[in-house]
Design a protein around this ligand. Structure first.
Ligand code: URA
Length: 249
């Protein structure tokens, strides 16, 4: 199949095959290139191995014979994840998932990173596999801000340790920002901004400095805050917000 140019003179938008596959959430762009080179991708029934091919909305793309669906327009959703909801697409135990929270969205979106069952807050969902992959990559160090209620009266020393790094799994956490917001003597409220994404990281960090977490809310994912949303509610990102996320990576 010959190379196509962006402008085919028919007013249709064309994009590189690997980008379309990545956008559909099937693979990163690099992995999509490997699928193409391996002869696993077809356009309109013909296998393509070239990486420069461009496709339009009318093209039928299949990977391993499975149709990719139409040129899915990228969708970006900010969900205020409630507690007692799992951050997966499907749950073998039948629990409510973050996908259940965003019905009636029919596009196949998936969560970018995860929040624990008992953590609420800002969660991005998208069908743009490439952006999701990049946002989760440690290289881009996306900031995540959490408001935590922790046990006891937290000391300035404990806050400094949270900021400088605490050992988790034999490795110090990266420098973070920890702010004291108040205490009633029994518990304290802190705001913690981290850019790593280790498993249950905030809870484990708080525990490591002697103040187990009682409640955890992610208030911001990158520059996206929860303003105007209540737990369980969601909204589409504005074009400007989506652009800003893409510019970060
Ligand atoms: N850190 C945690 O401990 N839990 C989350 O859900 C997110 C970050």
């Amino acid at each position: 199949m010959g190379k196509r140019s962006f402008d085919q003179g028919d007013g249709e938008e064309y994009a590189r095959l690997q980008k379309v596959i990545a956008r559909a959430g099937l693979a990163s762009r690099r992995a999509a290139e490997e699928l193409i080179s391996a002869g696993r991708v077809s356009i309109n029934g013909s296998v393509v191995r070239e990486l420069g091919v461009k496709v339009g909305a009318h093209d039928r793309i299949a990977v391993d014979g499975r149709p990719l669906g139409n040129f899915a327009a990228p969708i970006y959703i900010l969900l205020y994840k409630p507690t007692r909801v799992v951050t997966t697409v499907r749950d073998p135990y039948g629990r409510r998932t973050v996908i259940d929270c965003v019905t009636p969205v029919s596009a196949r979106v998936f969560p970018v990173g995860r929040l624990d069952y008992d953590t609420s807050g800002a969660l991005l969902l998208t069908n743009d596999g490439e952006l999701a992959h990049q946002l989760m990559h440690p290289r881009f160090a996306v900031n995540k801000t959490y408001e935590a209620v922790v046990s006891g009266r937290i000391s300035m020393d404990a806050l400094a340790r949270l900021e400088q790094g605490v050992p988790l799994d034999g490795r110090l956490t990266a420098p973070a920002r920890a702010e004291f917001k108040g205490t009633d003597g029994y518990s304290s409220r802190i705001v913690l901004t981290i850019h790593e994404g280790r498993n249950r990281q905030v809870r484990r960090m708080c525990e490591a400095v002697g103040h187990p977490c009682k409640k955890l809310v992610r208030t911001h994912y990158a520059s996206l805050g929860l303003y105007g949303l209540k737990p369980g509610q969601w909204r589409y990102l504005t074009e400007q917000e989506a652009h800003r996320l893409k510019a970060m990576v």
